[in-house]
Design a protein around this ligand. Sequence first.
Ligand code: C5P
Length: 409
Amino acid sequence: MSSSRTDPTGGARTIVVGVTGGIAAYKAVSVIRSLVLLGHDVSVIATEAALRFVGKPTLEAISRNPVNVDLYEGVSEVRHVSIGQSADVIVIAPATANTIAKLAAGIADDLLGNTVLASTAPVVLAPAMHTEMWGNAATVANVARLRERGMTIVGPGVGQLTGSDSGAGRMSEPDEIVAAVLLALAPRDLEGRRILVTAGGTREALDPVRFLGNRSSGRQGVALAAAAAARGATVTLIGANLEVAPPPGVQTVEVVSTADLAEAVNEQAPGHDTVIMTAAVADYRPRFVAEGKIKKEDQGESLTLDLVRNPDILSDLAASKRPDQIIVGFGAETESDDEALLALARAKIARKGSDYLVVNRVGWTSGFSLPDNDVVVVDSAGDIVKTAAGSKSTVAHRILDLLVRPTSQ
Ligand code: C5P
């Protein structure tokens, strides 16, 4: 299957998307499309009711596979068993109150119900229904029962419903559902690990209203924190002026300046076995921070800033690390030549003393704020140990692959 992106969890997987009969079925099309674009093989099972809301040709075109509906079609292939067995994950979006009730009772009166019963794959449900139906004691009990059995329930959100009213019951947005599916697919190979990630860019105050900063959005660091949590690690994120929301389930500490970041890192690092310094840290700060706003009337035609060096948090951390700790640094460079970039990376890791250095090229139009990244990772000997390109989530997973410790048999 051709795709401009790769799967962040390691290779194309087989995903069964169950679509049931709710108006939110139109949003299932976006879920399917995102999963296909991530490189997965997506097989749709629609209920008869779902096809009243969204057409089979749409689901087939977007999933790039035939859509299965009828339990009595392809009986010789024992389709409900074969689809269920091949699934790496089953996601049902939207999951109506009726489908949830049937799943809770183990009823298999259609292809989707049979497939879920015949599968051992993780199941993700995105409920969508009216507020009263979601709050009904029967639904509450059914959802609790499915949770107990290990199914993941995403949402529902609170917001505008199909009619003019709003409340709880609105299906979660496609991105959230896709994230839950990827989470269900992720290997749990970082369980027991404690990983500290710094993300974003520090700001050094000039006066009460101005600062010296950089263009780091925090996307790569947040993707690393999310991916590490998905793979079972306990994650702390130190976020410096993040432009994106921190991932759920990750303890987050907010900082502004390099001094704040240094304080937070020094406090947190001892409690973690791995520290990933993704944050773009200001190398210099103003020697003096003006008490009041700096005014051009007082400065005239030019203004000279007096800057002093900030401590290098990464070098200090690497110099004082415990033998069991792994320290990963990041280096953003504007060098365009590959060999010269590698030479810079080797010099930097020698200077910093970290175990790994992730190097990426940045420029006016690359690196910061963009959804994709392209990195080379060198180890302390200066050897290239990984190259990765794709979404920041993909790159995060490939970096984390380096940190997995072999299991003792
Ligand atoms: O030297 P450079 O700024 O390129 O190094 C980048 C790496 O060092 C990043 O991992 C960044 O978080 C870290 N760093 C730091 N303290 C500084 C400057 C950078 O920890 N003052």
